[in-house]
Design a protein around this ligand. Sequence first.
Ligand SMILES: Nc1ncnc2c1ncn2[C@@H]1O[C@H](COP(=O)(O)OP(=O)(O)O)[C@@H](O)[C@H]1O
Ligand SMILES: [Mg+2]
Length: 230
Amino acid sequence: MRSIAFLTQKGGTGKTTLAASLAVAAAVSGEKVVALDLDPQGSLARWGERRAAAKCKHRVVVEPLERERLPRLAAILDGLAGVGFTLAIFDIAGADNAAVRLVTDAADLCLLPARPSRLDVEATAATFRAVFLAKRKAAFVLNQCPPNYRSHRASEAAKGLTGLGVLAEPLLSARMDYQDAIAAGLGVSEFSGDGRAAREIAILWQWARAQLADGKAAGVATMPARQAAA
Ligand SMILES: Nc1ncnc2c1ncn2[C@@H]1O[C@H](COP(=O)(O)OP(=O)(O)O)[C@@H](O)[C@H]1O
Ligand SMILES: [Mg+2]
């Protein structure tokens, strides 16, 4: 089983939103997905309850993962693989450093969402450093960009993040589909399959899948020496 963790210290960057929609996009492509909510706020777990009520065609199992169980994470993941899951997606409360460390150690790919603002880019750098030091494969995901791709704000942020490490493709825009899908217990690919948000998430899933296929050790995120030493 492979695993993807969404993490950043900053709240509101889109960890839960993207975890939900990426989980669905992966399920649509044939993965057996379990989404694990490590945030005591429980937003992803509540999305899972709405999803169960919505009786969706594509199965995503959503479970809260309490902090006390984290030291047994490797065994938990082995158990999930044993019953047929092929992909685990983690949604982590960014400020919980112990949880971030344990999940980072277990994850094949860490995705760090950031909005196109100076504060987000700066805050995300700290999480990136932790992931980098754990030698995990990691990438920033620029989320909630103005829908105009040529936006100065988005391209400046993309430049800033690319200077720190790897930036996932594509840039994700601020779109109501993301919010409406979460509210309905869906992923954007179910909420509006021919919409732009669905297209973005499909590309993000293709990108993430290619990173996972690349193997664990290869392509570890790069960080300029001055950042790593800071
Ligand atoms: N691409 C997006 N377009 C529109 N709204 C978004 C997008 N990504 C996230 N949001 C909204 O931003 C807020 C924070 O997102 P959330 O996923 O809860 O972030 P986090 O889990 O990192 O705290 C929520 O209101 C969510 O609906
Ligand atoms: Mg969240």
